[in-house]
Structure formats: structure tokens, C-alpha cells
Design a protein around this ligand. Structure first.
Ligand SMILES: Cc1ncc(COP(=O)(O)O)c(C=O)c1O
Length: 313
């Protein structure tokens, strides 16, 4: 599937590096080439291909009303002739902004579960899938965030892309930092680092789940993705950092907003408030505390629509 204009750029961030005293590079998956970019496109390349190979005519998934995942899934579906159906937690009462505005503009079928619990989406996906089947359709259900072993292959492939870019550098990076939510991206990168015998440690900064839950999910998804990709190497224990969620998932944090402003002012790059800003805050704190050395890569994972969402998940 052709959702990514690969390779996405990898470039040094010289002014930010000078400010922090640590050489940093940005891997720009916000410039992926479909919609406003984003990490979720990489998993979607595999999931949409699978849906089409299975002869499906529609796709059902879900998350929160400001989900980058559901917006990109819907966009990718429309482009490839699948009918998207989206289930959101909450009630969706207010004027649509950010990603919800894009769902509406695209004319996507969006159903609200009516309750605030994120897990209510899971039953909603099942219900809409059953409804479509009963109507004689062939739906392809995908769990929240697209965090499946198949979806995680997107970042196994991205690791191969990154390895070719890193081979051009004088010094290999010590770390690859990213924001972690549903854990599929970090899982793919962990499996991909093993496949490419990468010198870097993959460091995920959780923006929603507790650290232990996140590490378990990354480990399970990475092992399953590695099995799918035929990667035999042992996988390291996932490195998940906590303490950066701030007031809550989807709500901007003071540290995240300060980090995002620094990146905008020094490099002209916008980090989204829900994911990238909080992960960068963690990396900046490590740099300022003198705990990291050597080049580090930061994955700019997209999320531009939530810059205009009023901050709600
Ligand atoms: C912009 C952005 N960055 C990072 C992530 C985290 O990715 P994952 O859910 O695979 O952990 C997401 C997830 O929605 C996202 O939208």
C-alpha cells in the first residue's frame, strides 16, 4: 500500500541540539505524505492491504473523538475503496474541531458510545461489525489504535528504512525516542531494532497507560510482530518512561507545551500536544540532567490536527 512517501526525512536538529548539549536528529513521520502525516499510516499500509486481500468492503475501528488513528484510518479506507466506520467514546456534543472536524468533512460514519470509558469503544466496534455483517457487508474490524501484530509491522519496515539512513551518519545514535499510547509503534520499533541489529535503545514515553501495563503490551506485541516477520533474535525488555502524562491523556501538560515551544522556536517543527510534546519533554529533561549522551533520534509522529482541537482527547 502506498500511504507513505518513504523514506520520510531524517535530519539533524542543530539549534535544539546546541540548546540541550546533546546531538539530536528528527525522524519526520509527520511528513509521511497522506493527510497531515503520522505514525499510524505505517500500520495502515499493512492493515488495509490485509482487508483488501480478504475481500472486505468496509473497516470498523475506534478511539477518542480527537483520534489521529481513526481519522487516518478513514482517509486511507476512502482512498482504497473501503467504507470507514468509526466508534468514539463520549457523546460528541460540542462543535467538531481538529480530527473530528476532518471526520465530519470526509462524511465518515461516526458513532459515540455515550460513556467516557475508553474501553467502551471495544464493544462498540463489535456491535458495528455485527450490524454490517447482518446487512450482508464484509467488515474488517481493527482494535483501538490499530495496535495489532500486523499493524506493528509498519514500524518493523520503518526500522529498515531508518537503518539505511543511519548508515550515512558518522556516529550511530544511542537512543530512539517516541511517544507511546496503544503501544503498536514502540512494539514495531523494538522488533525492527532486533531485525536490523540496531545500536540504539528504543525509549517510549507513555502518554496514557501506566508504565507496567505499557511495557507488557509492548513486549507482547513486539514478540507477535517479530514472529510474523520471522525475526528470531531475542527482544530486550521494553524501555518505557513514565511521569509525563501531566493532567491526563489528551490534555496538554505544562512541560509538554514548553518542550513543543522550544522545538518550534529552534527547529520550526510543531509537535502535537497529546503525544510528541510530552515525549519531547521527557527527552529534554534527560538531556538537561546530563543523563544522555551521543546522538539521539526523536520520532516526530504526527498529530497535527490536534493542534487545532482545543486540547481534548
Ligand atoms: C501523533 C501520535 N503519536 C504517537 C502515537 C502513539 O502510537 P501508539 O498508539 O502506536 O503507541 C499516536 C497514537 O495515536 C499518535 O497519534
Amino acid at each position: 500500500m502506498d500511504l507513505i512517501l518513504a523514506p520520510t526525512p531524517l535530519h539533524p536538529a542543530p539549534r535544539l541540539s546546541r540548546e540541550l548539549g546533546v546531538p539530536l536528529l528528527l525522524k519526520r513521520d509527520d511528513l509521511a505524505g497522506t493527510g497531515l502525516g503520522g505514525n499510524k499510516l505505517r500500520g495502515l499500509e499493512f492493515l488495509i492491504a490485509d482487508a483488501l486481500a480478504q475481500g472486505c468492503d468496509s473497516l470498523v475501528t475506534g478511539a477518542g473523538p480527537q483520534s489521529n488513528w481513526t481519522m487516518l484510518a478513514a482517509l486511507a479506507c476512502l482512498r482504497h475503496g473501503l467504507e470507514p466506520h468509526v466508534v468514539c467514546y463520549g457523546s460528541g456534543g460540542r462543535e467538531p474541531q481538529g480530527n473530528m472536524r476532518l471526520h465530519r468533512w470526509l462524511g465518515v460514519d461516526v458513532r459515540f458510545t455515550g460513556v467516557a470509558e475508553r474501553s467502551s469503544v471495544d464493544a462498540g466496534i463489535e456491535a458495528v461489525t455485527a450490524e454490517l455483517r447482518a446487512a450482508g457487508r464484509r467488515p474488517y474490524p481493527v482494535p483501538r489504535g490499530g495496535a495489532t501484530p500486523l499493524g506493528a509491522l509498519g514500524y518493523v519496515r520503518a526500522s529498515v528504512e531508518l537503518a539505511a539512513q543511519l548508515a550515512q551518519l558518522d556516529e550511530p545514535p544511542a537512543g530512539l525516542w517516541l511517544a507511546t499510547g496503544s503501544c503498536g509503534t514502540q512494539a514495531g520499533l523494538v522488533a525492527g531494532a532486533a531485525l536490523t541489529a540496531a545500536a540504539y535503545q528504543v525509549v517510549g514515553v507513555t502518554v496514557s497507560r501506566p508504565v507496567a501495563e505499557c511495557a507488557d503490551r509492548v513486549r507482547e506485541l513486539a514478540a507477535a510482530a517479530a514472529a510474523l516477520a520471522g525475526i528470531g533474535a531475542d527482544l530486550p525488555r521494553p524501555d518505557v518512561r513514565g511521569g509525563w502524562i501531566g493532567p491526563g491523556y489528551g490534555v496538554p501538560s505544562a512541560a509538554g507545551q514548553a518542550a513543543a515551544r522550544l522545538v518550534a522556536e529552534t527547529e520550526g517543527v510543531f509537535l502535537d500536544p497529546v503525544f510528541g510534546a510530552k515525549a519531547m519533554a521527557a527527552l529534554i529533561a534527560e538531556c538537561r540532567a546530563g543523563r544522555v549522551r551521543g546522538p539521539h533520534v526523536f520520532l516526530v509522529s504526527g498529530g497535527a490536527p490536534t493542534l487545532f482541537s482545543g486540547g481534548n482527547a
